[in-house]
Every structure is written in C-alpha cells, then in structure tokens.
Design a protein around this ligand. Structure first.
Ligand SMILES: [Zn+2]
Length: 190
C-alpha cells in the first residue's frame, strides 16, 4: 500500500510542531511516546525534500520567567528556554532544508499556535502553500492550536495521527474530534 507521504504534492507544506528536546524523553516537559514520532517524521521530511515541498519546523523559545511557567502563574514547568539545550530540536530529527518558526518569545502572553503573531500564514501564501501536513508536539496543545488556526486562515490541514502525541490522552482524543469537526483531515499510517 502507498504510504501517506507519497501523496505530498505541489502546493503542500510539511509542518513539524515543536519537536524539541524538552518535550521528549528526559526533557523538562516530556510528552509520553514523543521519541516514537521522530522516525515517522523523518520519512516525511525525506519525501518532502525529494519533491521540493517546503518544510517548516516550529520551536517554543521562551525567555526566563515566561508567563506560561508555573512560577509566573502559568500552567507549565519551565521549558524550552531560548538558546538552551532543551529548546533544540530532537537530535534524531533529520532536518535538511527548513524554515524555523519561533514562538513563545513574548513577555506578556504565550503562543501555542504557529500562526499566532508569527506571520506564518503570510509566508505560506508567499510560497504557494495551500495545504499543510502536520505532526509534532503536543497533540492537545500546540498541534491542536496550530491546526485550528490553519483552518481559520483557509489552509487545508492534514494531521498525521501517528506523528503526534498528547500531553494527556483524553485531551488528545477530544482535540482530534474537534479538529475533524472543524474540517481537518486526520491521516492514519506513517
Ligand atoms: Zn511553551
């Protein structure tokens, strides 16, 4: 059977959300099973690169005392501090040519979505991208927010189910439902 990544075509883009060390095993905000998605994502990167499909990789990139941190009244332990090892992409991720989308740099608010005040939608249109294939971390947080915003912006959004993991299983399932109801396509298979 054809692999889903063989469907990549002109007008597509590949979006890897926050595949960073702090969200993987041993990280400060490790998501269960996060490391398992890396080989799958590498298949997608290889396929996209071979077809000249643009690859975008977002990264959480927080200042110390970011408002999303618990000490500041936020929800999360400190993670992905700008320039720290934890903010680097997973060492196994074989990025070749890509554009980084940096988010979470503001002092006054968090940005879960790759579209939130980053100019990403403008860049996609500039590059002729109409449909995004999405994987990364975490399903119920930044992936969810990004897919929902992408739909709002008028892009076709295809979530690669096996290439993402939730912080919380129940929230992950609910996120899948909500994304599908909003018009995202949930792709099974590697
Ligand atoms: Zn964050």
């Amino acid at each position: 059977m054809a692999e889903p990544y063989e469907k990549l075509q002109r007008g597509d883009g590949l979006l890897l959300v926050d595949v960073q060390r702090d969200f993987c095993a041993g990280g400060r905000l490790a998501v269960a099973g996060a490391d398992e998605i890396v080989p799958l994502l590498n298949n997608w990167i290889t396929a996209a690169t071979a077809k000249n499909i643009p690859v975008y990789a977002s990264r959480d990139w927080h200042p110390v005392r970011h408002p999303s941190f618990q000490e500041q009244g936020g929800k999360w332990p400190p993670h992905c501090l700008a320039d720290s090892d934890g903010a680097r992409f997973h060492a196994g991720l074989r990025l070749q040519e890509w554009l980084a989308i940096t988010k979470g740099v503001r002092f006054d608010q968090d940005q879960y979505s790759v579209f939130d005040q980053t100019g990403f939608a403008v860049q996609l249109r500039r590059e002729g991208v109409r449909r995004l294939w999405v994987g990364g971390l975490a399903l119920d947080v930044c992936v969810f927010a990004s897919v929902m915003d992408g739909l709002q912006e008028g892009f076709a959004m295809q979530l690669i189910r096996q290439a993402t993991r939730p912080v919380n299983e129940k929230d992950g399932d609910e996120s899948l439902d909500r994304m599908a109801r909003a018009g995202a396509i949930i792709i099974d298979g590697s």
